[in-house]
Design a protein around this ligand. Structure first.
Ligand code: PGA
Length: 254
């Protein structure tokens, strides 16, 4: 059976410090051979154009966008603006935005709808906090189901291109910068990925790609992406370490 090519999304967050460092990192890591797999680099907004110029086989992604299309929204960036500078993917609903800026499912839903309408590919992050996971996988499952359905409400009205909705399961407690971080197990990540696929299939009649994210590095990436339910990975910290990231890519795209 032909296996689907895996997807890697590099979430640089608010890094690196300067445009020249960003361009240099993109030159080293934004390179992928045609047909090997799909790679998306998501730098901070001001670095998008500089990074885009040096990408070689990788697509350009943004880390957020506005739920509005235009107008008096100081500091915001719309889906249309992103498209016009060559962005094709956007990460939405990241747990850092939910916790630092109070983004709730309703706000994320507004962004998801706008992004899909504009034809961007959405990488929608969902995942439970530690208090929920401590109660066990059934509690985590119901939390994630509610969050997911809240964030994608109304997408059936858009005549959605199936490949434009990608989910990223990121348990908040497994992200590299979270306090008292813990490791997710590949088996549990696969269980949650499978659950997410079932929820979307039952509600919207298609099976989305699901990534796993949370401290994934060169050493353990294979354990996650070798799970058949996991279609790739969303990588934060390790995407800033060029040599490690290249090794990681080698393992995912092998
Ligand atoms: P991490 O970040 O790989 O540094 O844990 C992943 C993310 O937050 O998207």
């Amino acid at each position: 059976m032909l296996r689907m090519k895996k997807l890697i999304v590099a979430n640089w967050k608010m890094n690196p410090k300067t445009l020249s460092e960003a361009v240099s990192l993109a030159r080293k890591t934004g390179v992928v051979k045609k047909g090997a797999g799909e790679l998306v680099i998501c730098p901070p907004y001001p670095f998008l154009s500089g990074v885009q110029k040096v990408l070689n086989g990788a697509a350009l992604g943004a880390q957020d966008m506005s739920e509005n299309t235009e107008g008096p929204h100081t500091g915001e960036v719309s889906a249309g603006i992103l498209k016009s500078v060559g962005v094709s993917y956007v990460i939405l609903g990241h747990s850092e935005r939910r916790s630092e800026l109070g983004e709730n499912d309703e706000a994320v839903n507004g962004k998801v709808l706008q992004a899909l309408k504009a034809g961007l590919r959405v990488v929608l992050c969902i995942g439970e906090p530690i208090e929920i996971r401590k109660k066990g996988l059934p509690s985590a499952s119901s939390f994630v189901k509610k969050q997911l359905l809240g964030c994608v409400a109304g997408i059936e009205k858009l005549g959605l291109k199936k490949k434009n909705l990608i989910l990223a399961y990121e348990p908040v407690w497994a992200i590299s910068t979270s306090k008292n971080r813990r490791n997710e197990t590949p088996d549990d990540a696969a269980f949650m990925a499978s659950l997410i696929k079932t929820i979307v299939r039952e509600k919207f009649y298609f099976t989305p790609r699901v990534l796993y994210g949370g401290s994934v590095g060169e050493k353990d990436v294979r354990d996650f992406v070798s799970q058949k339910e996991v279609d790739g990975t969303l990588v934060g910290a390790a995407s800033l370490r060029a040599s490690e990231f290249r090794l990681l890519m080698g393992k995912v795209f092998e």
